[in-house]
Write a protein that binds this ligand. Sequence first.
Ligand SMILES: C[S@@+](CC[C@H](N)C(=O)[O-])C[C@H]1O[C@@H](n2cnc3c(N)ncnc32)[C@H](O)[C@@H]1O
Length: 307
Amino acid sequence: MAHQPVLLQETIDYILGDPNGLYIDCTLGGGGHLQELMVRLGEKARVIAIDKDINILRQTSQQLADDRIRFVHADFRDLKQVLNQDESGNVDGIIIDLGVSSFQLDTPERGFSFHSDADLDMRMDTSQKLKAWDIINTYSEAELANIIFKYGEERYGRKISRAIVQERDKKNIDTTLELAEIIKNAVPAKYRREKHPARKTFQAVRIAVNDELGAIERVLPQALEVLKSGGKVGIITFHSLEDRIVKRFFNEKSRNCVCPPQLPVCTCGGQRAEIKLIKRKPVMPNEDECLINRRARSAKLRIAQKI
Ligand SMILES: C[S@@+](CC[C@H](N)C(=O)[O-])C[C@H]1O[C@@H](n2cnc3c(N)ncnc32)[C@H](O)[C@@H]1O
């Protein structure tokens, strides 16, 4: 199924400034946001479209070929390296739409889905060494439990990690369906009748394989740096940990002083706010969008403008 962009109009409306300016889509995916952005931009606009997944990049760059777009295979954690000297500090708007795209989920051999059988992979960047297989077959029980609990918010993380370790002591766990079956058998029967019991564990392992939280931590200060004064960044998150990182960063950078409120005098040297929050609360999809697109239900868009 084609990827349905989340909070499409809202994201473009908020980040759009000069129609002939410089923009970056850090998470090209199926190009849903990019396509809408291109319609709204003028002839002289320039856009840098990044994805770390070379397969997606190839496919979408063919579909959306346009002289105004430069497609780049990179991890957005290296954002500054992607820009030329004259681009850095001159960016009008940045879009970061986190997570996986439907293209990845719907390509069984990528190993993202617990519905179809494939090797345990889950790498967005297929040149990366670490695969889901390594995490499942080599991490300690405690490390697995931590990943599954923290990134998957899975209440049965301990039971699941114990079952994984017991099974892999007999033989390696090689495929997505083997893992899904182990998870299914590890959780109480009642839980199995709710949503698919492997959903949260698969999400957790995917986040760990791709160091998704580390990438957000790394890109945020760089995004601020490359924006021009008045330029805006919009970030769509799908997980409370992702949103917390963005929220904290935005809150800290939008304050003039970062001293704890109980301190009688300022000791931080009187930091100056670098950004303004366009919306104090995150923008969330309306009911209609959530009905059409299940993925939208957990989405939150935060937007900040460089001062
Ligand atoms: C949710 S999809 C983007 C969907 C896109 N906005 C659309 O409307 O079609 C996320 C995309 O970002 C890519 N991605 C995730 N983390 C990345 C990173 N750290 N660097 C570069 N690309 C990344 C994934 O490979 C995926 O294609």
